[in-house]
Design a protein around this ligand. Structure first.
Ligand SMILES: NC(=O)c1ccc[n+]([C@@H]2O[C@H](COP(=O)([O-])OP(=O)(O)OC[C@H]3O[C@@H](n4cnc5c(N)ncnc54)[C@H](O)[C@@H]3O)[C@@H](O)[C@H]2O)c1
Length: 459
């Protein structure tokens, strides 16, 4: 089966001249925290010196040496590399390969007049384009046409309007599928998902909507209902609560079967379905029993959000604005998903940069605990972002305008105790994710400053 993502695997960019492989290799590698290298060999010079056979030999040995490296890298391949069967085999064995797609007219516009030997004559250029397309498609594990597209593909994320109807082909392999959805979502979007899965659909399972799904008893019920073998796949259709629960069931059933997340809330599409964290709640707290289990695919179909109630959409907007602050620019749903995907690929087990995603969350968790969970997570995050921005010496206008957070009526001491408990400390300073001049960072701040910032969020 084709590779599913670039986790622990080289990421190879292939495509025709002018597709942007060399331009994208450095920014993509930067976002994934990996070395990036352009493997394009100067064909003219090498062919003159060593002939065509010599050129192919040199090219293959460069590719072999690169893909043999243990640390996963990002590579841009020469446009003609895929014409070698050996290079194609090396890619299949050692890389997650993304085809950077470009149409022939745009490609010609970009490279005409350059000194590239194969871009001197338009007819030859177009013939070569047609000849190469089947080879690119043969090696490609995924297709993209820009930087975010490459990052999303590398994480196994497919973003496309209407993709729910293509679910049958977007679930990897050809094994049986168990469809899990919450009862509300099953009623609205279930029939389309069932139809798209066609003959592969082996069973459907309805879970309670919202946080009620995130109980071990619900997972236990799923364990007993599922009748998949290890070639089967769990498809989780719903918001973050549903994907957290079904993902955890998939992580544990038969010691782990693949799963596909189809997020139906804004929270799910920009956050919860991305990055492989799955969990249920226990009496001691939220998300305390879980597993890292990266979904085989995440299928983001923004048209599913049309039926989402406004109060649920608001939850997602808080995470969306949080990501815009981290990225330092405005983002749409796709770019927000790509931002999180890159951090998670960089830090799949949450030991480093993934912490950045907690911007504002220390305050949010404290307020939620003090409010006895009367406060929604989105509203708590909106307030938490204000505190994080103030401590970073940043302007709060974007958050005020987008999320209009209102101070909340809670007991200040109770909120402070919850914050210290969350941080598992009572000392003089506290680690927080803040925004620095060069982007997010984890910084220590004196307890009294943090307490003052928390107090400002309380009415
Ligand atoms: N795993 C992670 O990395 C991660 C990250 C963030 C949040 N989460 C988890 O996500 C959960 C919150 O997820 P959520 O905000 O998506 O809420 P949710 O899953 O609780 O869903 C909220 C409500 O919206 C309904 N709904 C969902 N999609 C709908 C649609 N398209 N149309 C109409 N109704 C729809 C659901 O039935 C439910 O009643 C929390 O449990 C949180 O811990 C996990």
């Amino acid at each position: 089966m084709a590779a599913l993502n670039a986790l622990d695997r080289h990421l190879a960019l292939v495509g025709f001249m002018g597709a942007g492989k060399s331009t994208l290799v450095t920014p993509v590698a930067g976002r994934l925290g990996r070395p990036g290298r352009d493997l394009d060999v100067d064909a003219t010079r090498v062919i003159q010196a060593h002939g065509l056979d010599g050129f192919r030999r040199i090219e293959t040995s460069i590719v072999r040496e690169a893909l043999d490296r243990r640390e996963p890298d990002v590579y841009a391949f020469g446009g003609g590399g895929v014409t070698s069967a050996e290079v194609r085999d090396l890619l299949a064995a050692g890389a997650f390969t993304v085809l950077l797609e470009i149409d022939v007219d745009t490609a010609w516009e970009r490279v005409r007049g350059s000194d590239r030997p194969l871009a001197q004559d338009e007819a030859t250029f177009r013939r070569l384009y047609e000849e190469r397309q089947p080879l690119y498609r043969e090696v490609a594990d995924a297709i993209a046409d820009d930087e975010d597209g490459v990052v999303l593909a590398a994480a196994g994320i497919h973003h496309e309007l209407g993709s729910l109807d293509r679910l049958g082909e977007l679930v990897p392999g050809d094994g049986a599928v168990a469809l899990v959805a919450d009862s509300t979502v099953m009623g609205i979007h279930g029939p389309r998902a069932q139809e798209a899965l066609g003959d592969r659909l082996a069973s459907t399972h309805e879970l309670p909507p919202g946080e009620q799904a995130k109980q071990i008893a619900v997972v236990e019920r799923l364990w007993t209902e599922l009748s998949l073998d290890r070639g089967g796949t769990v498809v989780a259709l719903g918001g973050g609560a549903l994907t957290d629960t079904a993902g955890f069931a998939a992580a544990t059933y038969l010691r782990g079967v693949p799963w596909v997340a189809v997020p139906t809330t804004l929270v799910g599409q920009v956050d919860a379905a991305i990055g492989g964290k799955t969990a249920v709640d226990i009496p001691q707290g939220k998300n305390l029993a879980g597993a890292f289990h990266w979904p085989a695919h995440v299928v983001i179909d923004e048209s599913l959000l049309a039926t989402l109630p406004e109060r649920e959409r608001r939850q997602g907007r808080a995470e969306h604005v949080k990501t815009e602050l981290l990225a330092g620019r405005e983002l749409d749903v796709r770019a927000t998903a790509a931002y999180k995907a890159a951090l998670c690929l960089r830090d799949p087990h949450d030991r480093g940069v993934r912490q950045w995603l907690n911007l504002g969350h220390t305050f949010a968790h404290a307020l939620e605990a003090a409010a006895g969970f009367e406060l929604t997570h989105g509203d708590a995050v909106a307030l938490g972002l204000l505190a994080a921005l103030r401590l970073s010496g940043r302007d709060t206008t974007h958050v005020e305008e987008e999320l209009a957070p209102e101070p909340v009526r809670v007991d200040r001491d109770r909120a402070w105790e919850a914050l210290l408990r969350d941080k598992k400390r009572s000392g003089d300073d506290i680690n927080l994710v803040l925004l620095g001049d060069d982007g997010p960072l984890v910084e220590t701040r004196p307890a009294d400053e943090v307490r003052a910032a928390l107090d400002r969020l309380v009415a």
